[in-house]
Design a protein around this ligand. Structure first.
Ligand code: NAD
Length: 308
């Protein structure tokens, strides 16, 4: 079997999206504002928020980062959300997840003004998306659609299989693919005969949270495989199962230096042998998420300010 997959790099596509967003921002006669609220000291959240604030600045969006202590009560957080909902200069509000245990995430997300919900997690936006109406769509699955479209991969009429049914990735991914006229199947932890289903997919999206879970046997020859997963692998032997000679050495060096290397939900060595197109981790879907957040902020501002 030859190693043939085209690697769908997210870098150029993310740059193109950001460039287009920056152009749109330049011709607005107001300054866009995005506020990111972070509660507590989750290390990964700090990195994500830092990226969002930095990219906002690069594109000319005024961004604000509100960092609240880990012991913040739900009532206190809701007060902050209410204030941001009321502020005319705030176009987008993003409450970084996860939130500390004492706070009910759903309650907080429902309190956001849906017009400012740039993460697309509010039930009103989820409902609009599922009805095929204009909606703020969750950034990661929206980024997957950008990658597919801008790489010239046909979606209409194709069988798209998603592994994962989370509110953040799996379910909105299904809705977006359906909107693009794919025939959509959602698989999850209780799916029986997973391999039988995934191996029929023209487009296979993995959003599971388990490193290298999707193997060659799950993939139809010639499929497009989109890897949403972000996992850390610290075991060198496991890394040897995942990477071919083109990247193994580099990965082992990273494990040696940093203690782990970033791996998706798909075994890249096997995916490259079976798939026609494959998104790498890192450097694939992950790069689109922040770009799509910027795009959503512009969309939110345009929709809300039109009706003000
Ligand atoms: P989640 O834990 O909420 O959901 C995982 C899903 O996988 C569940 O629906 C579950 O049913 C399914 N699953 C688990 N084990 C399974 C199995 N054995 N067989 C079939 N299905 C199984 O995770 P999530 O928030 O949807 O994230 C999924 C992955 O995507 C994670 O690795 C996460 O880090 C990554 N992620 C990446 C980005 C990005 O920007 N690239 C954004 C969000 C999430």
């Amino acid at each position: 079997m030859k190693n043939s997959a085209r690697i769908l790099s997210g870098a150029q596509i993310a740059e193109a999206v950001k460039r287009e967003v920056a152009e749109e921002i330049k011709i607005l006669d107001y300054r866009l504002g995005l506020t990111v609220v972070r509660v507590g000291e989750d290390a990964a959240s700090a990195v994500y928020v830092g990226n969002k604030v930095k990219t906002s600045a690069e594109l000319g969006i005024r961004s604000e980062h509100i960092h609240l202590p880990a012991k913040t009560s739900q009532a206190e957080l809701l007060r902050v959300v209410d204030e941001l909902n009321a502020r005319a200069d705030v176009d987008g509000i993003l409450v970084q997840l996860p939130l500390p245990k004492q706070i009910d995430e759903n309650f907080v997300l429902e309190r956001l003004n849906p017009e400012k919900d740039v993460d697309g997690f509010h039930p009103v936006n989820v409902g609009r998306l599922s009805q095929g109406q204009t909606a703020l769509a969750p950034c990661t699955p929206a980024g997957v659609i950008e990658i597919l479209k801008r790489s010239g991969i046909e979606i209409a009429g194709k069988h798209a299989v998603i592994i994962g049914r989370s509110n953040i990735v799996g379910k909105p991914m299904a809705m977006l693919l359906l909107q693009e006229n794919a025939t959509v199947t959602i698989c999850h932890s209780r799916t029986v005969n997973l391999t039988e289903i995934t191996s029929q997919a023209d487009i296979l999206v993995a959003a599971i949270g388990r490193p290298g879970f999707v193997r060659g046997e799950h993939i139809k020859t010639g499929a497009t495989v989109v890897d949403v997963g972000i996992n850390n692998v610290s075991d060198a032997d496991f890394a040897r199962e995942l990477f071919d000679e083109t990247e193994l050495e580099k990965r082992l060096a990273t494990i040696e230096k940093r203690g782990s290397t970033l791996v998706g939900d798909v075994n890249p060595k096997e995916a490259k042998m079976k798939a026609a197109n494959f998104t790498p981790v890192p450097g694939g879907v992950g790069l689109l998420t922040v770009a799509m957040l910027m795009k959503n902020t512009v969309q939110a501002a345009k929709m809300r300010r039109k009706t003000d």
